[in-house]
Design a binder for this molecule. Structure first.
Ligand code: NDP
Length: 337
């Protein structure tokens, strides 16, 4: 049995990159995917950490992602920047489109990046933070595969459709939220199943549409949107903007294409970037006004989203990332494969 170990984020990224290179990924795909997965592990977001590696490799083995594809930037000089991922992992497409998105958002005040034909297994906050680091506000959304019933319905139709937003701050970590529009992210339901933990009430229905707290029954049935009809509508908006509007697969079509929910979903992604200065157009300083709002929130004893993550990040930088014996065993097994 392997022993638990602690690794620096850099050392873990090297190991994960090597696993992906051996698994047939191009250098860009391997490096960007490893960086995103290790960022999840570093920030204590276990559902998007190293546990995702095997799913990525399974998707490669199933031929549902193109590990050597080179995403293509299709730039017509407009504020809509397109990247055709050509079936690659989304992280590589995002890396190629980011500099142009940033340039266009500064130029026009508002720009969008449309990513088409990618496999997207990631949390959205790494992309949000790459944009807020440039002093821009950002929104990111994508569909997934049909695992969520619309409010009032009983069968999978919508995806867990993540939605994220970020606001840059001059002297602090950015304001970032990033969540699934289902009550719980599917990766978390899977972690509950692996760990034998029941789900909170109201998370899911079973195959017959009855409420269940059994994660296995939930995975076979349908998850529920957060906030009832409100989350259901936001999730539907994501199907419209990040699938129908950008000419890519929606969650139902993605499930048809894959035929399973055990592989990384294949679809598109919509990324929006805003220049707060350009929108404010010389009126009151948007950044100062934002700080007043954040202070008022914190002043009530509430916390800002991502605060937990940023604290975990600081801990990981100082103390390293602690991996359990099972996680080390998984890495070693993948390294031997
Ligand atoms: P959570 O419910 O764990 O967190 C949602 C957000 O709310 C986070 O930004 C979190 O910050 C913040 N938050 C949590 N508690 C509080 C609080 N008490 N006060 C203020 N803010 C709070 O997220 P989900 O489980 O819904 O999603 C997890 C991840 O799964 C996301 O990163 C999402 O992108 C990803 N995902 C990806 C999909 C894909 O297909 N690619 C599909 C669905 C989800 P903090 O992290 O600091 O706690």
């Amino acid at each position: 049995m392997a022993q638990p170990i602690t690794l620096s984020p850099e050392a873990l990224a090297e190991r994960v990159t090597r696993i992906f290179l051996a698994g047939g990924l191009s250098q860009l795909q391997a490096e960007t995917l490893a960086a995103t997965i290790v960022a999840g592990e570093r920030d204590a977001c276990k559902s998007h950490g190293i546990y995702r590696i095997e799913g990525c490799l399974r998707t490669v083995a199933a031929g549902k992602v193109q590990p050597q594809a080179e995403p293509e930037l299709q730039d017509d000089g407009s504020p809509i920047v397109r990247v055709d991922a050509k079936g690659a992992f989304s992280t590589a497409a995002f890396a190629i489109g980011l500099p142009v998105l940033v340039e266009r958002a500064r130029q026009h005040g508002l720009a969008a990046m449309v990513v088409n034909s990618c496999t997207h297994i990631s949390a959205l906050w790494p992309e949000i933070e790459a944009i807020t680091a440039e002093g821009l506000a950002a929104m990111v959304m994508c569909p997934s595969y049909s695992t969520v019933a619309p409010a009032g319905g009983s069968a999978p139709l919508l995806g867990t459709n993540p939605f994220a937003f970020g606001w840059p701050r001059k002297d602090a970590s950015p304001y970032v939220f990033d969540f699934a529009t289902s009550v719980m992210a599917r990766g978390d339901v899977e972690l509950h199943r692996i760990e034998g933990r029941p789900l909170p009430e109201g998370t899911a229905v079973d195959r017959d549409g009855n409420p269940t707290i059994d994660p296995a029954e939930a995975l076979a049935g349908a998850m529920l949107p957060f906030g009832g009809h409100k989350g259901s509508a936001i999730s539907t908006m994501i199907e419209l903007l990040a699938a129908a509007m950008i000419g890519d697969l929606n969650s139902a079509e993605c499930l048809d294409y894959l035929g399973t929910t055990t592989l990384g979903p294949h679809h598109g992604e919509l990324i929006l970037a805003f220049s707060p200065e350009r929108f404010a157009a010389g009126r009151a300083d948007p950044f100062a006004r934002a700080e007043t709002l954040f202070e008022a929130i914190l002043g009530q004893g509430a916390r800002l989203p991502s605060q937990r993550r940023f604290e975990a990040r600081k801990r990981s930088a100082a103390e390293g990332i602690a991996l359990t014996a099972e996680e080390v065993e998984m890495l070693e097994r993948l390294e031997r494969a």
